[in-house]
Design a protein around this ligand. Structure first.
Ligand SMILES: C[S@@+](CC[C@H](N)C(=O)[O-])C[C@H]1O[C@@H](n2cnc3c(N)ncnc32)[C@H](O)[C@@H]1O
Length: 236
């Protein structure tokens, strides 16, 4: 049966201000010591569904504030018997810190935030998912050398997300500039595919959690080739 899903929900509304109860992770994932990839604002979860199948040695966790999408996505993962994939209904801005503290230490190695809701108006800026507190939580729990991938089709949103990571002392750009020409993952998200189909530009950025020695040899996201920085023409 088709479930009616709202196009947007307001993350600042009263009912999204409480942290959600967290599952017992050892009952969710077959192997809890695999590296984790966290996708914040995962929508229908198709990106992670494909990633979990092509990277079986990783655990994947999607966070989504529209509850019906989460139920459907978990049903699909269960039908495919994927023991390395789970979706959690939550407001990432409220639940992230407790959630990351509950995962085995040093397992968070990749984070993606793709096409978060733009909330264009200045008075709605606080509804955007990438806030300084979220960046600080990721810096606290991401393993040194772990990476963050950001993309949006809205320049102002991409630039704002990028700047929140750029000013954090624990993050450094993956490439010589933080802007990337390509998605470093082998899978495109739904919104990425739709944007490419319309021939519209996508603004992408990547950051790495500082290692102790800032080693340039740190592993790349999922062992993909190093992403290429955008040319100035591609950036606007
Ligand atoms: C435009 S969709 C993009 C979905 C997917 N990432 C993609 O690229 O196709 C953005 C998603 O982020 C979710 N979202 C927005 N704010 C959120 C928050 N604070 N916590 C969790 N999910 C959020 C929205 O409900 C929506 O499903």
């Amino acid at each position: 049966m088709a479930v009616r899903v709202r196009e947007h929900v307001n993350p600042l509304s009263e009912r999204f201000q409480r942290p959600v109860p967290l599952p017992v992770w050892s009952q969710v994932y077959a192997q809890l010591d695999r590296p984790f990839h966290l996708d914040i604002g995962c929508g229908k979860g198709n990106f992670l569904l494909a990633m979990a199948q092509c990277q079986p040695n990783w655990n994947f966790l999607g966070l989504e504030i529209r509850e019906p999408l989460v139920a459907q996505a978990n049903d699909r993962a269960a039908q495919l018997k994927l023991d390395n994939l789970y979706y959690l209904f939550c407001n990432a801005n409220i639940t992230l810190d407790a959630l990351l503290a509950s995962l085995p230490s040093q397992t968070l190695q990749a984070v993606s935030i793709q096409f978060p809701d733009p909330w264009f108006k200045r008075r709605h800026q606080k509804r955007r998912v990438v806030q300084p507190e979220l960046v600080a939580a990721l810096a606290k729990f991401l393993r040194p050398g772990g990476q963050v991938f950001l993309q949006s089709d809205v320049w102002e949103v991409a630039e704002e997300m990028q700047s929140h990571f750029a000013v954090h002392p624990d993050f450094q750009p993956i490439a010589s500039s933080s802007w990337l020409a390509e998605n470093p993952f082998p899978v495109a998200s739904d919104r990425e595919r739709a944007t490419l189909d319309r021939g519209k530009p996508i603004y992408r950025a990547g950051f790495q959690r500082q290692t102790m020695h800032n080693s340039p040899q740190s592993p790349r996201l999922h062992h993909q080739p190093a992403p290429q920085p955008l040319t100035p023409d591609q950036q606007k």
